[in-house]
Write a protein that binds this ligand. Structure first.
Ligand SMILES: [Zn+2]
Length: 538
């Protein structure tokens, strides 16, 4: 029989309808936290690009990333929908379900007009720079604060932002002492269990070890040679950036170096397991939430670039740590009781010199030079000194008071700045604050600027670099652009009732929080702009 096109359409609609009905029936069973997961685990891998899953697939074990992909629901096209693709904005977007324009985390740090200085997104070790609440706050609110929320990371911003305003504990790494700490916002003293964990002195043990590749080094065929000019010579006592990396030289010099090794991720895995055990996570009547962020992937990427054997080996070791963590969750909470998602805060581009050596467009943007030239230009054009207050994160802040005093036209100066920047090497386009707020600009990447722009915190003129361009040095790499190398990040939902699947439509980083809200039957965060992804449930 020849099946007609029309018949196929009807069949497809019938299947879709069945799927929706099945889901609706199970929704009734899930009300009142009946049948809800006992523990939600958010895993963020700092600087993980979506393509790493495929790039390292043949080297991964069956226990880590492969287990998540084969048993979980993979959203292949998950993207960041703003251009500030950095750690602070990324963690804020994942947990608030909204963009910097609404959650206020426009960058890791930004210029404050009130204080006339740069401020850090979690500068006082509190979440108070967040302007909307988080999915973790919503869980606490929805359960009358019976759910427990714990967030951990090496980086303070990657622990504080996910924990929201009401976390029961947010802990991060103090590189000077090698201990995990918190702030008085959360509690007076760290809990006994964390004290005991610190006393295990794992960082001191790691310093005695050598970072060797997990596989014989000639098997790292997904990466460049071990010794390239694209890598930083990072470790003390080394003349070249090559394996093995000996850490013994750091004895007595603090524990910061752990960040830039796979040991930093192992340390977080150990802490995550300890937090589950000691806080009795997943044992209450309402769901608990553990937010875990692995940061060493980001440090290694910055130092050695994304094509290095160091980066590949860091992912192979993270794959093992993830496997151990999933085994631990299976043994203590059970896969059927644990809803886990894995994503990233941003990706990264190839090293600039690496791109240029392969004839691929790239460049280093010299912000210091452009700042000096812009100052001279504005002085000459408007006959007034001091019009430029600050030039940072591709935001230009003008001295609004002075402009008013001198009765100059703000719009004329903004336009002059924008036109000046358009003539600079590496600049793709500019946006004037007034126009961002007034016009609905959906042209290509310009639409991201609207999602970046927060009136109280952003500059008067914003600009975006061309693909491959960055403010960085000649070795290693960075991120922070609206381009897919920085914005295309992994997203996997796994465990509990989640059916395995592969989802191709575009979704955004801001869809993660409403998806979790949907699965838990709670409200999405206050400023949420995302949409719940239709996760098929068993
Ligand atoms: Zn970074």
């Amino acid at each position: 029989m020849k099946i007609s096109h029309k018949y196929l359409v009807i069949l497809a609609l019938m299947l879709l309808k069945n799927f929706q009905v099945a889901d609706a029936q199970s929704a009734a069973d899930r009300q009142g936290f009946n049948g809800a997961p006992k523990l939600v685990v958010g895993v963020v891998v700092d600087q993980m690009r979506a393509d790493y899953i495929s790039r390292f697939w043949n080297k991964f074990s069956d226990k880590g990333f492969k287990r998540l992909v084969s048993q979980g629901f993979l959203c292949e096209n998950n993207n960041i929908n703003y251009s500030a693709s950095e750690t602070g904005p990324g963690h804020a977007a994942i947990y608030t379900g909204t963009t910097p324009s609404i959650n206020g985390i426009i960058s890791n740090d930004w210029y404050s007009r009130n204080l006339d200085k740069m401020v850090y997104c979690v500068g006082d070790s509190t979440p108070k720079n967040l302007l909307s609440n988080t999915i973790t706050d919503q869980l606490r609110l929805a359960t009358n604060f019976t759910s427990k929320v714990i967030s951990i990371s090496l980086k303070d911003r990657a622990a504080i932002l996910p924990g929201g305003f009401t976390s029961n504990g947010s802990y991060w790494y103090d590189a000077a002492t090698g201990k995990f700490i918190t702030s008085s916002y959360y509690m007076k003293e760290i809990p006994t269990w964390l004290n005991a964990f610190n006393e295990r002195k794992l960082p001191a043990q790691y310093l005695k070890q050598t970072w060797n590749t997990s596989l014989p080094i000639e098997q790292y065929t997904e990466s460049t040679a071990d010794d390239t000019p694209y890598e930083e010579v990072l470790f003390e006592g080394e003349a070249q950036p090559i394996f093995p990396h000996v850490l013994a030289n750091y004895k007595g010099k603090g524990y910061k170096v752990i960040n830039s090794t796979p040991f930093g991720n192992t340390l977080i895995k150990e802490l995550a397991c300890e937090a589950i055990k000691s806080e009795n996570l997943g044992k209450g009547k309402t769901p608990d939430f553990l937010a875990v962020s692995f940061s060493s992937t980001d440090y290694v990427g910055h130092d050695f670039g994304i094509n290095s054997i160091e980066l590949e080996d860091t992912y192979l070791k993270l794959d093992k740590d993830l496997g151990d963590f999933l085994d631990y969750l299976d043994a203590t909470i059970g896969k059927e009781n644990t809803l886990l998602f894995l994503t990233a805060d941003h990706g990264a581009e190839n090293n600039v010199k690496y791109n240029l050596d392969h004839n691929i467009p790239a460049g280093l943007f010299d912000a210091k030079l452009i700042t000096d030239l812009l100052k001279t230009f504005l002085n000459a054009k408007f006959g007034v000194e001091g019009l430029l207050l600050n030039f940072s994160n591709q935001n230009v802040y003008l001295n609004l008071k002075l402009i008013e005093e001198k009765k100059l036209s703000l719009y004329d100066i903004e336009t002059a700045v924008a036109n000046f920047l358009l003539k600079c090497d590496g600049v793709a386009y500019t946006n004037i604050a007034f126009e961002v707020t007034v016009f609905d600009n959906n042209y290509a990447y310009q639409k991201f600027i609207k999602n970046d722009y927060n009136a109280a915190r952003s500059g008067d003129v914003m600009f975006t670099l061309l693909p491959g361009w960055m403010e960085w040095k000649s070795t290693g790499t960075t991120h922070g652009s609206p381009y897919n190398y920085d914005t295309h990040i992994p997203l996997i939902f796994y465990g509990w009732k989640v059916k395995a699947g592969d989802y191709l439509p575009n979704v955004n980083i801001t869809d993660i929080a409403p998806t979790i809200a949907n699965l838990l039957n709670i409200q999405a965060p206050s400023g949420c702009l995302g949409n719940a992804i239709p996760i098929p449930l068993k």
